[in-house]
Ligand binder design. Structure first.
Ligand code: CA
Length: 243
């Protein structure tokens, strides 16, 4: 396959210790035009992640021989690396999903998964990134404030009462969508479509999980939210300056 096609699809890091699965996935991604590096352990992944050319997305298995995907993801985010992460959870239990999202993953897929779905999810992660890059100047560029929060959408920095808040790419995307649509009731479907870039996202619980995360980051009392407000039966409304 030609190099320019490679460059178009993107560079992936696949962290997966099951060799047959890793080889099969690598092949399939390569057929789609991706360049794929495979790491079988957390240690190998860490070595590849310091390479000068950044990855466009990381596919990260939870159960690794020397560490867990959760721990690896958290370390990555703590180190300021916000490459989109899709986590392959072992069981697909709610606990695993929530743990993955809390560790800073952008998406998750439970094993055993459908190859077509994995490819679609990765495309979605990269589309979001392209979309973000193509945004340019917009109403929410520069520093945006609500409540005790200050968000610099250009620099991708957020603070709450002056303290730095680390946000994943998807948390930023969601926050940006709210900030550009203040006071409006946004359905879960609309959020899935506009932020996740998937028309038929199978799990709208994911939206709720991310709203919970934004509340935890930016509400004085996350259990009594005044900015990210649920509208029963309809979705969510973002209120920058509650009365
Ligand atoms: Ca594994």
């Amino acid at each position: 396959m030609a190099d320019d096609q490679h460059a178009q699809a993107g560079r992936l890091l696949l962290v997966e210790d099951e060799q047959h699965l890793a080889a099969g996935l690598k092949l399939n991604f390569e057929l789609e035009g991706y360049v794929v590096d495979v790491a079988g352990t957390g240690r190998e992944a860490a070595a590849l992640l310091v390479a000068p050319e950044p990855y466009d997305a990381i596919i990260l298995d939870v159960m690794l021989p020397d560490t867990s995907g959760f721990s690896l993801c958290r370390k990555l985010r703590d180190a300021g690396n916000f490459t989109p992460v899709l986590m392959l959870t072992a069981l697909g239990t709610t606990d695993d999903r929530v743990a993955g999202l809390e560790a800073g993953a952008d998406d998750y897929l439970a094993k055993p998964f459908d190859l077509a779905e994995l490819l679609a999810r990765v495309r979605s992660l990269l589309r979001r990134q392209d979309w973000e890059r193509s945004q340019g100047v917009e109403p929410t560029s520069g520093v945006y404030g609500f409540g005790d929060a200050r968000i610099d959408f250009d620099r991708k920095e957020a603070t709450m009462r002056g303290e730095e808040v680390k946000l994943t790419r998807l948390e930023f995307d969601l926050l940006r969508y709210f900030a550009t649509n203040p006071e409006r009731v946004l359905s879960r479907q609309e959020l899935q479509k506009k932020v996740w870039k998937l028309a038929n996202y199978p799990n709208s619980r994911m939206v709720d999980n991310f709203i919970m995360r934004l509340r935890r980051h930016f509400e004085r009392d996350p259990s009594a939210p005044v900015h990210f407000v649920a509208v029963r039966g309809a979705g969510y409304r973002f209120i920058p300056a509650p009365r």
